[in-house]
Structures are given as C-alpha cells and as structure tokens.
Design a protein around this ligand. Structure first.
Ligand SMILES: [Zn+2]
Length: 457
C-alpha cells in the first residue's frame, strides 16, 4: 500500500513538473516568438533581415518612406528623403537604435503565430506604420545642414508631434556605403544626434540660469551691470565676446553677456543651479516610442566658484541633448510645461500616441518672462526676418567653445509665436563656429519651409 502511494506521488510530481514546464515554454513562446523569428540568425530569412514582407512606413502626409516589394525593402525614390529619414526609419540592419525598423521590427514584420513564416507569400503582409515627420521638412533640414555634422529637431509644442528630426552624417539605406565603418565622413553615422548625443550648450543654457534667477533673486529685473568684457568671478576671469556696456537681465540675454550670467550662477549657488537644471531636464533621460534618449548633464559638485560661474553660461562640463533643448523652448512657449515629443503616429491603423504633458519645468510667470525675453532677443539682436521671413520666431543662440583651437559648436533654439505653426526647435551644428552666421541661416531654411507648408495666410 505504501509502495503504491509513493509511486502515485512520484507520478503526480512528474505530471506537475511536465505541465509547469509546458506552461513556462508556451508562455515564453507567446511572448518572444515574434522577437525570435526576427533574429538575424534565423536562416529562414534573407539578407533583408526579416523585412521581406514588412509593412509600409508612411510620413504624416502618406508619403511612403519604406515598403517591401518582391521580398526587397524599398525606400523612398528621393535620395535626400531616404538619407534625411534614415535615423528614424532605419535601414535593413538594426544598427540605428532609434529607428522604427529597429524598435518596431517585430510589429512591422507581424509574425503570424499560427502559421509562422510558413504562411503562403501572398498572405504575408506586415503591419503599416505612420510617422509624424514631414518628408518635405526632413529634406529641407538635410539640405540645410549640407556637409556639417549636427542635428535639427522641430516639434509641435501643442501636440508633441515631431515634424522634423534630422541627424548628419546620414547615409542612403538603399545603398549603404561599403566604407561606412571606416570612412571618417561617416563618423557616428548610426547615431541619431538629436536624441543620442549631447553637446556643451553654451549661451543657450542662459535660459536655465535666467529661469532660476527670475524666481530666486529678488528684484533681479531691476539689477544692472556695466560689462567691460572681462571681470573676475571667484578665482579667475570670465570674459565676454565684446564689452556689453550697461545691461539688465533682458539685455544680458539678448546680447549674451557671459559675466552677467556667471555672476547670477554664483549668486544662486550650486544647489539651486542644480535643482533648476534638473527640473529643466538635466541629469535624466527621456523615453518615448520605445527609445531612451541620452542625458543632458549638469554637475557642479567639484566646481570652484569660477567654474560655477562658467557653468551658468553653459560652459565648464555642462552637456545638453538637442531634444532636451527643444523641450525647454517648448516649455517656455507653453506656459512652463512641455508637451512630450513623439514620432510614431499610427501602428496598423490605430493611434499610437496621444498628447501628453511632461513635468513642469518652471512656473507660468517665469515662462512668460522668458518668452518675452527670447522675443526681444530676436527683435533687438538678430532681426525677425533674419531668423524667418514668414514666421514670428523667438530664439536664443549659443556658441560653445570646445577646444584649444577655438573651434566651437553652434546652437540655436526657440519657438514660433504663430498660432498655426506652434513649433519649437533646436539645431546643433558641430564646429559651425558661429551661431549667428551659421546656425540661424540653417534653421531659417527649415522654418521658412515649415511656413510654406503649414502657414494658413
Ligand atoms: Zn558681457
């Protein structure tokens, strides 16, 4: 009797173990099947890496950016559009981490769970995707960047739709260069610099120091400083490009007086500077559409007083991503809270994203003051028509010296006041040297193209 009992028990145990294993493997299969099938090691796939029946990718106007014809992946017929979209659409490989053909490959290839890849070809059909980008703006930004390395990002600060996101150097996904890994020309070509790279922000960072000062320093708007082009801050000098004369905070932002803002950073101190930088997106990453961006960095723990001063004008060790920069401008345009950006609009005919608010970056009163100051900066310093002939743009430039040869990165960020073109943007031109004469004219081409497309009158 005892023998029978122990045998029954063993059988029961084995049966339970069998079903536990079966359940584990079934669950695993259901969860991971589409992922496994798209693995490059799957010999059932051809050299288009599982994309032979993948769905179409459209831009916001229904322009086909990628589709599969006769088991081949075919990209848009316009070479400039192909190159300008490669960091968002992707190529046949999975080298570009931010591309939808990398992130959404299993959705695009729609692995059929019952039939697997054994489904007859004519029944194989991937899921389509629609992106928020506008291929006309992509092309305009790509051509405007020319031979420069850099990035341009423009998004609707009311809805969050990214209309333009271009990174250079780019390459043709239809004809990937043989020497892409070795030719210096393609340095970092797999990287989407708008999302995955960070740069010294230079004077664009004065927006952060200004936001903190407007909130924390009493009567800051009445304070003035007579800039002689050089002053001692802490242990060492802080210099300006030229003497700015008597400036208040509004004039100091417009003329980009370094000394004024370096002194503000020191007056605020490390703790407040860090706290305001962090509330404006520094020291954290943003995630959307299955990607996670690089982080903007503000770290003054080890800084002496002079270095804290330089950090307030976006030098020292401060780093910023173009996406974060665009979101700061978006927050200023939007009463202090940025709308979260995104670029996947629809998957398989279903709406993927909705407009969502990010964390508040500053109080509305502060945002409105910065809004007026960026408006004045363009009006008094650059001239409205120099930034755009067709849109009313508020902006701030930055030139961040990065090496001993004096080569600098050129930034411009801002937003449009126009009701029908609520666009926030950031552009970084690597070694562009001059924000005024290089970054603004490049951004202008994109802004004027946007006006041609979207402006109602
Ligand atoms: Zn100055």
């Amino acid at each position: 009797m005892r023998k029978i009992n122990s045998r029954s028990f063993m059988i029961l145990l084995m049966t339970l173990a069998f079903f536990a294993g079966l359940t584990y493997h079934t669950v695993n299969l259901v969860i991971h099947a589409s992922q496994w099938v798209a693995e490059p090691t799957n010999s059932h796939l051809t050299d288009v890496d599982g994309l032979e029946f993948a769905g179409k990718i459209f831009d916001r106007n229904g322009v086909v950016l990628a589709q599969s014809i006769d088991k081949q992946r075919v990209y848009n017929e316009d070479e400039d559009i192909r190159k300008s979209c490669v960091h968002i659409v992707g190529d046949n490989s999975v080298n570009i981490a931010t591309a939808v053909q990398t992130v959404y490959r299993s959705e695009l290839t729609k692995y059929n769970f019952t039939f697997g890849l054994g489904l007859p070809d004519k029944l194989k059909k991937g899921i389509n995707m629609t992106l928020t980008i506008d291929s006309r703006l992509q092309k305009a930004a790509f051509n405007a960047l020319g031979d420069y390395k850099g990035a341009i990002l423009m998004y609707n600060y009311k809805t969050g739709e990214i209309l333009c996101i271009v990174s250079t150097p780019a390459y043709d996904p239809q004809d990937v260069p043989q020497d892409i890994e070795t030719n210096e020309k393609y340095d970092g070509a797999y990287l989407n610099r708008a999302l995955s790279a960070s740069y010294p922000p230079g004077s664009t960072f004065k927006l952060v120091t200004a936001a903190a000062s407007l909130k924390e320093i009493p009567d800051i708007e009445k304070s003035t400083y007579n800039c002689q082009g050089m002053d001692i801050v802490g242990e060492d000098q802080v210099t300006c490009y030229e003497p700015n004369g008597i400036v208040d905070i509004k004039e100091a932002l417009a003329q980009s007086c370094n000394i004024f803002f370096a002194k503000l950073a020191v007056a605020l101190g490390k703790e407040k500077m860090t706290s305001y930088a962090e509330s404006m997106g520094f020291n954290s990453r943003i995630s959307f559409d299955g990607i996670t961006t690089a982080s903007s960095i503000y770290d003054v723990k080890e800084a002496n007083e002079n270095q804290l001063g330089w950090s307030g004008v976006g030098q020292y060790t401060v780093l910023e991503t173009p996406i974060n920069m665009a979101m700061i401008s978006a927050a200023i345009a939007n009463g202090g809270t940025p709308v979260m950006p995104y670029f996947v609009s629809m998957i398989d005919g279903k709406l993927k994203n909705q407009t969502t608010l990010g964390n508040r970056m500053m109080e509305k009163e502060i945002a409105d003051k910065l809004y007026a100051m960026m408006d004045y900066t363009v009006e008094s310093n650059y001239g409205k028509s120099y930034v755009s002939d067709k849109l009313d743009v508020c902006a701030k430039t930055g030139t961040a010296e990065i090496n001993s040869e004096g080569l600098a990165h050129a930034w411009v960020t801002g937003f449009c006041k126009d009701e029908d073109c609520p666009l926030a943007f950031a552009a970084i031109i690597e070694y562009g040297n001059y924000a005024y004469s290089v970054a603004i004219p490049i951004m202008k081409q994109v802004l004027d193209t946007a006006a041609d497309i979207y402006k109602k009158s």
